[in-house]
Ligand binder design. Structure first.
Ligand code: GLN
Length: 256
């Protein structure tokens, strides 16, 4: 009998502990003490793998932000188009992935201060007959699904795009570039810094001398988590003001 009482009280103590872990003030992060950042780690130099570690500008800036907030940074590497839904649902605290601020995304999430500029660039094979943006019509265009590159390219011709039927959205930039190398697409539209990294890493590719679009990168948050957004924003502004952010950028992006 005594044994059962003991077991019963143990079970009820456990139950109370489990139930109460959700009690009290709602934490501003998904997990107490952690800052969970969702990213897509195929986007050098902003996020990519070095061994089994995600490194890059975003990873390092996020680490400094977490440090300022007294939180432990955890990086979740997911498909680019899963970042915003995961942030909206509260699974991740923020999304940081060289993510461009645009109206469509602003309807779903809030953005921090912008911390970098992006330019959409066009990668072609060195011997390509695509010499300028004017030659893109009717070509097969590779992009990364869910990105602004995909959004611009797949727009209807009357809206400045090339039509959805001419655009392939790959899982990530690396796969898009591999498809270009295998002639499955005629070009890849992607942000200029990853474009440079992919061209440097693969022989026979070049970037067209034309800017497809100019953009601002920022960190995204759930609309109802303005508390975290404010704190991250403050930390980010400090890192911009004291030169720490520039130092990280200079480490990863060498002046041309
Ligand atoms: N800047 C682009 C966008 O936000 C691409 C980002 C990325 O692929 N990580 O859509």
């Amino acid at each position: 009998m005594k044994k059962y009482v003991k077991i019963l009280s143990l079970i009820s103590a456990l139950l109370i502990a489990v139930l109460c872990s959700g009690c009290g003030k709602k934490s501003m992060t998904a997990e107490e003490g952690k800052l969970i950042m969702a990213t897509n780690a195929e986007f050098p130099p902003y996020e990519y793998y070095e061994g089994d570690k995600v490194v890059g500008i975003d990873a390092e800036v996020a680490a400094l932000i977490a440090e300022k907030l007294g939180l432990e940074l955890e990086i979740a590497d997911v498909a680019f188009d899963s970042i915003i839904p995961g942030v909206q649902s509260g699974k991740y605290d923020m999304g940081m992935a060289g993510m461009t601020v645009n109206d469509e995304r602003l309807e779903k999430v809030n953005f921090s201060t912008s911390y970098a500029k992006g330019i959409q660039a066009v990668i072609v094979k060195e011997d390509s007959d695509i010499k300028s943006i004017d030659d893109l019509e009717g070509k097969k265009i590779g992009t990364q699904q869910g990105t602004t590159g995909y959004i611009y390219a797949s727009a209807a011709p009357e809206d400045g795009g090339y039509g959805e039927e001419n655009v392939v959205g790959y899982e990530n930039g690396a796969v898009a570039v591999q498809s270009l190398l295998k002639d499955k697409v005629d070009c890849v539209i992607i942000d200029n810094e990853p474009a440079k990294a992919y061209v440097a890493a693969n022989e026979g590719l070049k970037i067209l001398d034309a800017e497809f679009a100019n953009e601002d990168y920022a960190i995204c948050f759930a609309k109802d988590n303005t508390e975290l957004q404010k704190k991250v924003d403050e930390a980010l502004k400090e890192l911009i003001a004291d030169g720490s952010l520039q130092e990280i950028v200079d480490k990863y992006i060498k002046a041309d």
